[in-house]
Design a protein around this ligand. Structure first.
Ligand code: HGA
Length: 606
């Protein structure tokens, strides 16, 4: 959350900053701002709402200067307003920040006791004021910034710019990622390398606790102990996909449509020609562990919940799944011979990273399933399993979810194989089914028009329930989450068997109930729950295969037919209607699909 960028250029900084911020807007769109130094003078422009408002402002009030910093905000402290927008300036210092300064109240009191006044409600302003305070007795900008950094508790990525210094940015990372880009006589700072992609593919990633002093021709870095260090300069793959909707109305639509291709790509990385499972790097030997603990947030958590069924069913392996923000503070015991697995699209999810750190040194193996191979979670894992989904821009995760599921399924299959719990034939069957998945998903995507029709009905509802049993329960949860996220309709998911333990009280003819029920071993049980809903005038939208719909479809308010697939792989397939229903409902309601209110991608704060 919150995107940071900095440039020391030989060209005008404003357009470069705005272009880089466009690629960071997925991190927050409450406000945006930039500051530059021009002929020694520090000045800034800020606007509430999306980046386009800042661009418009810059047309009328240009901001010259070749050195600058920029920010796109997801507010934690203080409402989205111009006053609270970054960069925050205190005299000769401007600061952009991603994270939370946890001791800001205490620091504010201290600064107030020196007669220093605050103009914003943010935690970040404290950093600018502290640096200004330290500069007052003639301390050089770099030292003043470092002294300010010494005082901060919490998580941050920060970039400082100073009046009178048009060849200096001070940057620091603690808890939030920061990358330094090397250009030709130019230097850049960015929350992620993708933001800098059009500028350079030469990147040095700051490590936890690093501080950097950046000029056009130099980069000096000190680690958390204050020791001068060098961080390798890597050539990264430049991905231009971020700002291209490829003819689709929304990034989310594009990313939903990309799923057959990206799943095929993921399969190509994990399955050899002869059907063997090929894990990258050291992989994992499942005979060396007895249990698995999986930790994640949001959609990735539902991917873990699905994987729990797989590991338990086919590998007969005990699995715990937990929400990272609960796990990390509960501090659960981690028994010996436990592998801990962390799932995060961005690889920067603050709570998941903290949970990983809690397990480091306690679990036998730290594994991660991520989309961003250079992320903090990836770098702190013993074995990294990339999902190969490509850049995901839509805030509501789609292709990352199905790619996470694909990789987790392969991992469960590997566990079953290592533990001798699966026959060669069954394993070969499942590998063949996996290979057929991209085609089956393409078929499911072909049902888009029906989804659109059904979504029109959903768009009129105030509340929607999702039901599923077994492997469909996590998909019901994901369906409800997607709908909430982008259409703002209140949606809840329940394990179908739980219905009569409370939620059935909500049923009446105004409440659509989406039932995810392939014709699997649990179908008849779910069928009974559907009957219970219909007996109370609830409107069932049944998502099932041809057989399921033939047997039950009659009394349903609507039916959505899915292709046939092996029961074990139904979650990956049924994720498609969950996504499409939410997408079309949001479009029908006219909400901002790619940038839903209050949300941001890459949750780097607690
Ligand atoms: N605390 C700062 C920055 C918020 C942030 O990093 N969000 O992801 C603010 O509220 O402006």
């Amino acid at each position: 959350m919150c995107g940071i960028v900095g440039v020391l250029s030989n060209h005008e900084a404003s357009p470069i900053l705005v272009e880089a911020l466009k690629r960071l807007e997925y991190r927050g769109y409450d406000s945006a701002g930039i500051a530059t130094v021009n002929a020694g003078v520090l000045d800034r422009r800020r606007a509430v709402g999306k980046l386009v408002n800042l661009s418009d402002l810059l047309v009328h009030e240009p901001l010259p200067g070749k050195a600058g910093i920029g920010h796109t905000r997801w507010a934690t402290h203080g409402a989205p307003s111009v006053t609270n927008a970054h960069p925050h300036q205190a005299g000769p210092v401007a600061v952009v920040h991603n994270g939370i300064i946890e001791n800001f109240r205490e620091l504010r009191e201290e600064l107030a006791s020196h007669g220093i006044q605050f103009v914003t409600e943010t935690d970040t302003e404290t950093v600018a004021l502290l640096a200004q305070h330290y500069m007052q007795n003639g301390t050089r900008p770099q030292e003043a910034a470092f002294k300010a950094l010494d005082r901060l508790r919490g998580a941050f990525a920060l970039a400082f710019l100073f009046s009178g210094h048009d060849d200096l940015i001070v940057a620091a990372r603690r808890g939030s990622p920061l990358a330094i880009g090397h250009g030709d006589g130019e230097m850049y700072v960015g929350s992620d390398a993708i933001a800098l992609a059009p500028l350079t593919n030469q990147i040095s990633y700051l490590e936890e606790g690093d501080r950097a002093v950046v000029t056009r021709h130099s980069l000096e870095i000190w680690d958390a102990d204050g020791t001068p260090v060098t961080r390798v300069k890597k050539t990264i793959e430049v991905d231009g996909a971020r700002i291209d909707k490829a003819g689709h109305k929304h990034f989310m639509a594009k990313e939903i449509a990309e799923q057959p291709g990206v799943i095929a790509r993921a399969l190509g990385h994990y399955l050899s020609e002869d059907g063997q499972i090929t894990l990258p790097g050291p992989g994992i030997d499942f005979t060396a562990v007895d249990r698995l603990t999986m930790v994640a947030c949001g959609t990735a958590y539902y991917a873990c919940l699905t994987a729990k069924y797989w590991f338990e069913q086919i590998a007969r392996m005990p699995v715990e799944v937990d929400v990272a923000s609960e796990f990390r503070y509960r501090e659960p015991p981690v028994p010996t011979r436990t592998a801990a697995l962390f799932v995060s699209q961005s690889g920067e999810t603050a709570d998941t990273l903290a949970a990983l750190r809690y397990c480091t040194g306690k679990a036998d193996q730290i594994l991660s399933v991520i989309n961003a191979p250079e992320s903090s979670i990836a770098r702190e894992s013993d074995a990294v399993l990339p999902i190969h989904a490509g850049v995901e821009v839509g805030v509501a995760s789609t292709k990352a979810f199905t790619c996470q599921l694909t990789v987790l399924f392969i991992l469960a299959l590997k566990a079953a194989q290592d533990r001798g719990e699966i026959t060669t034939n069954r394993r070969a069957d499942l590998v063949a089914c996996l290979r057929g998945l991209p085609n089956i998903i393409s078929t499911a995507l072909g049902g888009n028009a029906e989804m659109q029709q059904t979504a029109l009905r959903l768009s009129e509802a105030r509340d929607v329930l999702f039901l599923g049993r077994g492997l469909m329960y996590p998909i019901a949860l994901e369906g409800a989450l997607k709908l909430k996220e982008i259409s703002y309709i209140h949606a809840e998911a329940y394990a179908a068997g739980e219905l009569k333990h409370g939620p059935i009280a909500l049923i009446d003819k105004q409440v659509p109930v989406v039932v995810m029920a392939p014709r699997d071993a649990l179908f008849e049980k779910t069928l009974s729950n559907m009957q219970e809903v219909m007996a109370r005038e609830g409107r069932v939208i049944l998502v099932s295969d041809a057989k399921g719909i033939r047997e039950f479809g009659e009394g349903a308010y609507a039916t959505l037919e899915m292709p046939q697939i092996d029961d074990l792989l139904t979650p990956i397939l049924y994720a498609i209607p969950a996504q499409l229903l939410a997408y079309h409902t949001a479009v029908a309601k006219g909400t901002d699909v790619d940038q839903p209110r209050n949300l941001a991608k890459s949750v780097t704060v607690e």
